[in-house]
Ligand binder design. Sequence first.
Ligand code: ACM
Length: 522
Amino acid sequence: MKSLFYKILPAISLLLILALTMALKPKKTINLNNISLIPRPVSVINTGNIFSFTYSTGIFYAAKDNSLKKPALFLAHLLRPSTGYPFPILPDEKAPHGNSIFLTLSENTSLGDEGYELTVTRKRIILSANKPAGVFRGIQTLRQLLPARIEERFLQQGPWNIPTTKIVDYPSYAYRGAMLDVARHFFGVKTVEKYIDLMALYKLNILHLHLSDDQGWRIEIKSWPDLTKIGGSTEVGGGKGGYFTQEQFKELVRYAADRYITIVPEIDMPGHIHAALASYAKLNCDNKRKKLFTGKDVGFSTLCTHKTITYQFINDVVGEIAAISPGPWFHIGGDESHATPKKDYLPFIEKLQGIVAAHHKKVIGWDEIAQTPLKKGTMVQYWANTKNVRTAVKKGAKVILSPAGRCYLDMKYDTATKLGLHWAGYVNVKKAYNWSPDTLVPGITKKDIAGIESPLWTETVTNLQELEYMVFPRLIGHAEIGWTPQDLRNWSDYRQRLGKQAARLDDLGVNFYRSKMIPWQE
Ligand code: ACM
């Protein structure tokens, strides 16, 4: 007996030492509550361990799911520069060694087109969705689980650990957009691409480009070249303006599509059209070309709705833009047409919907168009008038919510804000966030709402830094409103999570407004 004890003593000692070291070593966990996810996911379970990215971590997707190559590449491009790891992309028949990431397409229809399931265990990350778009949205969640310095584009210090978890997530609204006015001031391809990148991080899926207004025409129309040559030559304040060639526009469409974002082009008619009237004499009722306009007034211009050439012009413009816009929508504007007699406005908008339909697109228009007969599938964008919204819904249209007093990103935060306007009031970060789409407009409910969109009008915004200052952080709150169910949202929780986005926004080089309402953690 005694001799047996001495024989196994070394083994017993070893076990004791092992048990002791395990007990003394701090348990490796990351508290998920300390991590900021925006939009807040529908369901998050903390499973109390960690996954470590290593030099041998690969990104795998089933060869049959070739459509996942694009999201896989996006993920690799995100992770490689800051970690310095190679992140090879491989079909999943190749057995992975080490901790790896698996992207898969499932048939879990409850996830919809953009939902996903993200399961992180000690050894694996499995991201599955019905559609590649869902995998892409899930990648943004994975991205936010990582330390903010993952966003840097040069080598950073590890470790690269994330908490183990199971997340099931999908959006409340299908349409989650931002609008950029490139007409009052022009913003080029690089600026718009950065905007698209930031939209993608917060799971937005629509970029509405306001391509024409009184001060500028911003997209090449080959059959009407003076629209850009003359109409694109200036902007508010008299600067040199600019425009997208059709090739550049196609590049933007591709860049957005790689991030599962659809571009909605807008040509605002029959008002907000002075730049076109300054480009071609024949578009004017008196056949006289107007002088270019570089001020900030609205509501003074109109197409000549009785002229045949007007409809030829519209058909050419809509045709050329529709041909390079793969998304389903064409935005016709229709707002503030104070210079168009009402008896002309109504048939004009009706006719315009027919032209857009002939080019196989569905119409979106600002809420004024609700007064006209609406074609099936036309969507109405609320900005000013709730009566128009109820009228639209009665006519069977879905609505997009852009209430100016909550969603307009050009409204000043408060009286101290130098940029922006305040005709719809001051929109601080709390006011932008703290409302619910389903109860905003009496008489309409969730089923009537396609989603929400945040417009940035640019009368006072002239460059990327100013754009970022007005957009961020308010757009982040709107992104959460569009995605996260109302019962999971509240201001006191949101402001804490938003505060933790500061380091990420810094690492992305975003000039965001440091509202005193938010406990920023930089
Ligand atoms: C608008 O703000 N005129 C739509």
